[in-house]
Design a protein around this ligand. Structure first.
Ligand code: F6P
Length: 345
C-alpha cells in the first residue's frame, strides 16, 4: 500500500486542482494500491487530523476548476513552533498525524511560507514532495510557478479594459497583486502596454512619475496607465527603517498603495486619477492553458519522485524542463525581479 497525504496551503491560485490531478493520475497509472488522504485547509488539517479519504475519482473533472478542492489557509511559519491557544504543539501534532496514518509521503502545494514549513517537516524526518504554487512567481528554485500566467492574463485584461475607458476620459491607473515581488505587475504591465510600471524591487521617485505623466500630456496623450504593485514603495519610504515606516503608515492609512500614489499625483498635477484594483480576481477562475499544462507536468513529476522514493524536493522548472530541487535550497528564499535584468531594460 502507498499512502499519500496531500494539502494546499497559503493563498490559493489557479491550477492547484490541476496539479493534484497530475499527481494522482501519475500515481494510479503505475500502482493500484494508492490511498490518498486529503488534509483540509492546509497545515491546519494535518495539525488537527482533519482529512478526507479520496480516490482517483475525486481528482477527475477538476483540471479546469479554480480554487482547491481541499481548501486552504494561511498558517504562518513563524507560528509553527508556537503552541496553539489550547497548548497544542503544532509540529508534534503534524508528525503524530503522519505516523498515525502510516503515510509514505506528504505532497504539499504552496508558496514561500508553505515551503519553509515543508522543509521543517523534512528536517523532522517526514517524507515530503512539494509543488510550487503562487500567482507571485516568487519561489526560488523554479523559473515558473503555476497560477502566475493565469494571474498575468487577468491583470492584463484589466489593463486592456482600462485603456478603452481611459482614452475617453482623463487618466486611470491600477494596482496589481504582489507584495514583496513585482513579477505579475511587470508582465501584465508590459502585456497591457502600461505607461509606467512600479515594482517593489525598484523604489520609485514621485517626481519622475509626475514628469512622465506630464511628458505624455505634452505629447497629446489623453491618459496615462500606471501598473503599480501592491508592494510598490517610494524612494523616500524605502530609505526609512522598518520602525519609522510603520509609524508613518500608522499616521495616515490608505486602503492600499494605489490610493497613496493617487493622492501624491493629484497634489502635484491637475490630473484626475481613478483607481482600479483587480485584487483577488487575479487568483480566481479557471487556470489558463499554460498553467494547466505546467501544473499537470509538475504533478506528474511529483508522482514519479514519490514512486522512486526521491523525497525532500520541490518539483519546478528550469529552461522549460521539469526539475527536482532540494527543499533545503528552496526554503526561505525569494525570487525577486532583478532591476538589472533584460526585461527591465
Ligand atoms: O501570495 C499571493 C498573494 O495573492 C499576494 O500577491 C498578495 O499580496 C497576497 O497573496 C494576498 O493575500 P490574502 O489572500 O491573504 O489577502
Amino acid at each position: 500500500m502507498l499512502r499519500i497525504g496531500m494539502l494546499t496551503s497559503g493563498g490559493d491560485c489557479q491550477a492547484l486542482n490541476a496539479a493534484m490531478r497530475g499527481v494522482v493520475k501519475g500515481l494510479v497509472s503505475k500502482r493500484d494500491d494508492v490511498e490518498i488522504y486529503g488534509f483540509q485547509d492546509g497545515y491546519k488539517g494535518l495539525i488537527y487530523s482533519n482529512f478526507k479519504m479520496l480516490t482517483s475519482k475525486d481528482f477527475s473533472g477538476i483540471l479546469t476548476l479554480g480554487g482547491t478542492i481541499l481548501g486552504t489557509s494561511r498558517q504562518p511559519f513563524k507560528l509553527m513552533r508556537v503552541p496553539d491557544k489550547d497548548g497544542i504543539d503544532k509540529v508534534e501534532a503534524m508528525k503524530h498525524t503522519y505516523h498515525k496514518l502510516n503515510l509514505d509521503c506528504l505532497v504539499i502545494l504552496g508558496g514561500n511560507g508553505t515551503h519553509k514549513s515543508a522543509n521543517m517537516l523534512r528536517e523532522e524526518g517526514l517524507n515530503v514532495v512539494t509543488l510550487p504554487k503562487t500567482i507571485d512567481n516568487d519561489l526560488w528554485g523554479t523559473d515558473m510557478t503555476f497560477g502566475f500566467q493565469s494571474a498575468v492574463d487577468i491583470a492584463t485584461d484589466t489593463i486592456d479594459r482600462i485603456h478603452t475607458t481611459a482614452t475617453s476620459h482623463s487618466r486611470v491607473f491600477m494596482e496589481v497583486m504582489g507584495h514583496k515581488v513585482g513579477w505579475v505587475t511587470l508582465h501584465a504591465g508590459i502585456a497591457g502596454g502600461a505607461d509606467i510600471i512600479l515594482l517593489p524591487e525598484m523604489p520609485y521617485d514621485i517626481n519622475s512619475v509626475v514628469e512622465a505623466i506630464e511628458k505624455r500630456g505634452k505629447a497629446g496623450k489623453r491618459f496615462t496607465i500606471i501598473a503599480v504593485a501592491e508592494g510598490a514603495i517610494s524612494k523616500e519610504d524605502a530609505a526609512l527603517s522598518k520602525k519609522e515606516l510603520k509609524e508613518k503608515k500608522a499616521k495616515k492609512k490608505y486602503p492600499s498603495v494605489a490610493y497613496e500614489l493617487a493622492e501624491k499625483i493629484q497634489e502635484k498635477t491637475d490630473k484626475e486619477v481613478r483607481i482600479t484594483v483587480p485584487g483577488h480576481t487575479q487568483r480566481g477562475g479557471s487556470p489558463c492553458a499554460y498553467d494547466r499544462v505546467l501544473a499537470t507536468r509538475l504533478g506528474a513529476e511529483a508522482a514519479r519522485a514519490i514512486l522512486e522514493g526521491d523525497f525532500g524536493c520541490m518539483v519546478g522548472t528550469k529552461n522549460q524542463e521539469i526539475i527536482r530541487v532540494p527543499l533545503s535550497e528552496v526554503a526561505g528564499k525569494l525570487k525577486y525581479v532583478d532591476p538589472k535584468a533584460s526585461i527591465i531594460k
